[in-house]
Design a protein around this ligand. Sequence first.
Ligand code: NAP
Length: 266
Amino acid sequence: MYSIDLSGKTGLVMGVANQRSLAWGIAQPLAQAGARLAFSYQGERLKPTLEKLTAELSSPLLLEADVTDDASLDRLFEQVRAEFGKLDYLIHSVAFAPAVTFEKPFLETERADWITAMDVSAYSLVASARRAAPLMSEGGSIVTLSYLAAERVVPHYNMMGVAKAALEASVRYLAYDLGPKGVRVNAVSAGAVRTIAARSISGFADLYSAAGEMSMLKRNITQEEVGGLGLALLTDQLGGGITGETIYVDAGFHAIGLFLPKGSEG
Ligand code: NAP
């Protein structure tokens, strides 16, 4: 039987808000394979949810951190170093853009909203990877979460699409810088999944059902499928040769060039 044993490995998971979070989908198989995990959350209000969610895991570490605050990130990685001594995996699953950027045309994007979206959704990967790298003394793997709007126009995504484009480019540059240290950096580009962040995007319900109907597999994807790809990219045993890559787990939606009107599919 092919099995993965991650005992002795450590990971930091950034961006679990609840049991539907994509980061939680990746954390579960990692923990089941034996990795010890730390979780960072933004604001004390999320702590009780995380405590409940992680109650079954072995000695999870719960740490507060706001990715827009350098001092907060310094504290986070220092706490990880003090407790774990080293880090093998970093899961970056954090994004935000002001609601107005999903509601108004992209043309009307204000400077401050652009900066906020880029800071939380793209620069935070660079800021986190920079602090994680010194802890990855035995090599390591970093995975972030992206979306098709980085490459194609998806109505409403606007500024988030631009931030995801910056995120995917950052993955390539970070992979180049960290490759010689044996640290791989990749993005999982997930199809639509009903999470808190997704539901706050205006028009998400329509986009979710359209993606399900139009994808090659004629369905939406699951959190477990995101978790499976995340696990593969994180572990050298499965994803060892992959770095600087964005891989889609979206039931084939991204690869379709033309959608035929209903009833005329060949
Ligand atoms: P989620 O459960 O709401 O997770 C988003 C996380 O980002 C939350 O934990 C949120 O914390 C955190 N966050 C936002 N601003 C932060 C900050 N300044 N500092 C620290 N954490 C912050 O939603 P999700 O869908 O799993 O999103 C995770 C990632 O997957 C995002 O990058 C998203 O763009 C990507 N993605 C999602 C989908 C989808 O359809 N769901 C598809 C493709 C890609 P708070 O709750 O405290 O704000």
